[in-house]
Design a protein around this ligand. Structure first.
Ligand SMILES: C[S@@+](CC[C@H](N)C(=O)[O-])C[C@H]1O[C@@H](n2cnc3c(N)ncnc32)[C@H](O)[C@@H]1O
Length: 358
């Protein structure tokens, strides 16, 4: 009885309540609207540790952390894994007033790469100067978890000041300026607000959670042996493309101050090179699923999928059956909004969770 009372406040907070506080990012393909359904499904499965193999915004990792599971969160984008370091792996560290004074006011000589490279691209000079300064000041913070949390707050600040929440458009963005508060605040003001928001979501689930920045095929499944693997890979796009780097290159660059990244100088928005993933192409997707299910075949498999994706459900179920005795599909009708500046398309799709056990 006494044990149960040790952390009365933590245990009284429901998973739904915790997840409702998670800072949303309008991340492409985010499962934030489906996360409660995924939670209900996971509740019926027996597991203590889980890998979120394509963590993206981190919302599913956070839901599993809130279920008191040991969570491994992975994405091949660095900025995504930095977010997970700050809110999934980090159980304890929050940014305090002293850290804030270092972050905001310290005047070490910083580089001016962002001011030079992104002049007239996304933000005004004051914001670019702030980004250069804070990139260097984050390095002055001793705790890797606080640094990651500061980056998470910075990424969300950058997204909020982008009218469409992606980095595909540049130059004069006045036509998107509808006067909303997010576009009026300075980057510094956003950052102060976002730090408070991210501090709020740090909590200790008393598990050694970990964040990884790997291609899914390089994850150490034999070493970490997660009981369950949740997979939410990108889908082969029907048209256009689903490139994450194209949309989020600025955050990916910022997460490492563009160290080791080559800017494509001929692009207006100063993109970095796209990262290849076999899940995005008809030619390679089936083989990629086959290899991934094989790699994690010792774990319970949970795949998020959708009726408008390739390959179709029947094919995926049959591939999973090569590795798991018992394959079950849960279905949920869902409405997607595909926005672009001139139109918003709505499409009805079925969302699936394909679960393989045994
Ligand atoms: C559909 S999103 C995941 C969304 C996430 N579940 C959420 O709710 O925010 C797919 C993610 O897979 C990542 N990704 C794509 N190919 C990958 C690979 N081969 N290894 C690891 N991550 C990959 C992308 O960077 C992207 O963040």
């Amino acid at each position: 009885m006494q044990d149960l009372q040790l952390f009365p406040f933590d245990s009284e907070i429901s998973v739904e309540h915790r997840v409702s506080k998670y800072p949303l990012m309008r991340y492409m393909g985010s499962k934030n609207k489906l996360v409660h359904w995924i939670h209900e499904t996971l509740e019926g499965l027996d597991f203590d540790s889980a890998l979120d193999a394509f963590s993206g915004s981190g919302v599913v990792s956070y839901m599993m952390k809130s279920m008191n599971k040991k969570v491994y969160s992975n994405d091949f984008l660095n900025f995504s894994s930095v977010i997970s370091k700050g809110v999934i792996e980090n159980n304890t560290d929050k940014i305090n007033a002293h850290d804030m004074s270092i972050l905001l006011d310290m005047d070490v000589k910083s580089e001016d790469f962002i001011q030079r490279t992104f002049k007239d691209v996304f933000y005004d000079q004051a914001d670019l100067l702030f980004l250069d300064k804070i990139s260097s000041n984050i390095g002055q913070i001793g705790s890797k978890y606080k640094r990651a949390l500061a980056y998470a707050a910075l990424f969300r600040s950058c997204l909020k000041k982008q009218p469409r929440g992606v980095f595909t458009i540049s130059g004069n963005l006045d036509r998107y300026n509808d006067g909303r508060r997010d576009l009026r605040l300075s980057m510094r003001q956003h950052f102060v607000e976002q730090v408070a928001i991210y501090n709020e979501v740090v909590f200790d689930n008393h598990k050694e959670n970990a964040s990884f920045n790997l291609n899914v095929f390089d994850f150490g499944s034999k070493m970490y042996k997660p009981d369950l693997v949740y997979m939410d890979p990108p889908y082969v796009p029907a048209s256009d493309d689903n490139c994450y780097v194209k949309r989020y290159h600025f955050l990916e660059g910022l997460s490492k101050y563009w160290k080791g990244e080559e800017i494509m100088e001929n692009t207006k928005v100063k993109k970095i090179k796209k990262k290849h993933t076999p899940f995005s192409y008809r030619k390679t997707a089936i083989q990629a699923f086959e290899e991934m299910f094989d790699k994690f075949s010792d774990s319970t498999l949970v795949l998020s999928y959708s009726s408008n994706a390739y390959p179709d459900l029947e094919t995926l179920v049959s591939i999973m059956k090569n590795h798991k005795d018992d394959v079950e599909v849960k279905t949920k009708p869902h409405k997607y909004h595909f926005g672009n500046h001139s139109s918003v398309l709505r499409s009805n799709v079925n969302e699936y969770l394909v679960i393989g056990q045994g």
